[in-house]
Design a protein. Structure first.
Length: 86
């Protein structure tokens, strides 16, 4: 989320708050039990341009987030977002 926040600041977006909910599935019966599916849902609060939010999330998830790059080797990672214009 730090990548997304940084990009939105550079895009001069008025982000008031950000909530990220992460859900996942792990391998059954395996030790160690690696994640196989991970979903991140971003909820943005503020007066934001949807196109800029979409671009920031896409860039973070496909290019900048090092955690995603590590986990995508063993897990399918999906994401979604919602903007709550205060």
């Amino acid at each position: 989320s730090i990548d997304v926040i940084s990009m939105l600041k550079k895009m001069k977006q008025n982000l008031q708050d950000l909530k990220v909910e992460v859900t996942g599935e792990r391998e059954a019966g395996a030790v160690p039990s690696l994640f196989t599916d991970i979903h991140l849902h971003f909820t943005f609060f503020g007066d934001l341009d949807e196109g800029k939010v979409k671009r920031a999330v896409e860039l973070s998830m496909t290019k900048y987030c090092s955690v995603v790059k590590i986990l995508e080797k063993t897990a399918k990672i999906t994401y979604s977002y919602h903007i709550d214009n205060l």
